[in-house]
Design a protein. Structure first.
Length: 163
């Protein structure tokens, strides 16, 4: 038997004062995008924003449906929009924010497994790491340097290749 260890590192900021202008801008954009969420069932309004290499920021929010599987998370919503319209530009940063955080949890708004898988594939197609920011403006913020930090063993196109 062989035993291996995979370690991820991330940064936690007590507030957003130490962030770069770009980090603050994409985080604020994600937070503002949470205002456009359609979440009448969960009341969990999520916004996502991506900063592109050309300086543009794309935003989206979660959109629920009475038939729950028909809804879409903010992260996949903005990434699929990017993939359809802007994939000639690199994604530099992806921020995820929520309108309301549970005050009893000391955790950032984390993407679901489906979103993590999509994020990993967009990062692979991007051919560079995408910095992930999770939090709210002025509050505790968690930053990961790569989507792979959130899903270290993601499914990849290589699994589909035939001999």
């Amino acid at each position: 038997m062989q035993s291996k260890t995979k370690i991820i590192s991330y940064q936690i900021y007590d507030h957003t004062d130490g962030l770069t202008v770009e980090q603050n801008s994409v985080l604020k954009s994600a937070f503002l995008a949470s205002n456009t969420a359609y979440a009448p069932y969960s009341n969990y309004q999520v916004g996502a924003a991506i900063l592109l290499g050309d300086g543009n920021i794309l935003c989206s929010s979660n959109q629920e449906n009475a038939s729950y599987p028909c809804g879409i998370c903010a992260e996949r919503n903005v990434l699929f929009y990017y993939g359809s319209n802007y994939k000639q530009h690199k994604i530099l940063k992806l921020a995820i924010s929520t309108k309301i955080l549970n005050p009893h949890l000391d955790l950032p708004p984390a993407p679901c497994g489906l979103c993590r898988q999509v994020m990993v594939e967009y990062e692979r197609n991007n051919k560079n790491n995408i910095e992930i920011l999770l939090g709210q403006p002025g509050k505790t913020l968690t930053i990961f340097q790569s989507c792979n930090d959130l899903l270290p063993f993601g499914f990849s196109p290589e699994f589909l290749q035939k001999d």
